[in-house]
Design a protein around this ligand. Structure first.
Ligand code: SAM
Length: 246
């Protein structure tokens, strides 16, 4: 992919962007830019907000511990948001799974509460922070939406109304070995979702329910049981290679 200003730090902000304007950063963003990324007034950075593309900006001191950004010029047009839906049963450590899903091109990240979930206390702000950090690092211009958590049964009952004809690829550790690449290649051109279970896997009745639904396509990820976060990266790679944007 073409890369512009690749050595500059990239900052996600939640405000409209256009050339020539100055945007005030809050204390957390100022601290990140000045103390963590070790930039100073007069330095440049790249700023994006998920809708207006990316802009080259100059850091301007406005008070002792506060800076703003003067937007010099747009460096990239906004790219369309990814449509890939990623549903996962929250595991104990979520930072890795959210970061990797963002890097791998998930557009919607959906926590799904299944029977054996051990981490049902989610902090939506924290999840968003993981996605923003990954987007800043991997140079994508849109940050995935983090949907509010949903119960497994509700997700499936509402699937057709919420997702229309989207196909749900179900990573089934008990599936017979068969090439996931062949299966996913046959789905090319369709809107796709991916579902990964928790540390304890899906319960037998959850698995049976999934396998009985016509919009669900089970895949095996090989003969070894992968950690949930490893399974997520492996399956997202297969999807992007066989039917996505790789
Ligand atoms: N049920 C297993 C157990 O308790 O030993 C572990 C579940 S695994 C850690 C978490 C999730 O990763 C599974 O629910 C599944 O979605 C996915 N997964 C892991 N290995 C897989 C494989 N070989 N094939 C398909 N999915 C896999």
């Amino acid at each position: 992919m073409p890369r512009t200003h690749k050595t500059l730090p990239r900052l996600f902000v939640e405000m409209p962007l256009s050339s020539g304007i100055e945007i005030a950063l809050d204390k957390v963003q100022t601290n990140h830019l000045i103390n963590v990324l070790r930039r100073a007034p007069g330095d440049n950075c790249v700023v994006f907000n998920g809708t207006d593309g990316a802009f080259l900006a100059e850091i301007v001191q406005v008070a002792k511990k506060l800076v703003s950004l003067r937007l010099i010029a747009q460096t990239s047009e906004q790219t369309p948001a990814n449509d890939l839906w990623f549903g996962f049963a929250p595991i104990k450590r979520l930072d890795y799974e959210i970061q990797k899903a963002t890097e791998m091109g998930a557009g919607i990240i959906q926590p799904v509460i299944t029977r054996y979930v051990q981490n049902a206390r989610l902090n939506p702000e924290k999840l968003k922070t993981h996605a923003v950090e990954a987007a800043q690092q991997c140079e994508v211009l849109s940050v995935p939406d983090i949907a509010p958590e949903i119960e497994f049964d509700t997700l499936l009952a509402q699937w057709a109304d919420t997702h229309g004809d989207r196909v749900l690829i179900f990573c089934d550790e008990a599936a017979a070995l068969a090439s996931p690449l062949d299966t996913i290649s046959r789905l090319k051109g369709k809107r796709l979702g991916l579902l990964i279970g928790p540390e304890g896997g899906f319960s037998d009745d959850e698995r049976e329910r999934l396998l009985g639904l016509e919009f669900v396509v089970p895949i095996s990820l090989g003969p070894r049981i992968l950690r949930a976060d490893t399974a997520a990266v492996a399956a997202l790679a297969l999807i992007q290679a066989a039917a996505g944007d790789w």
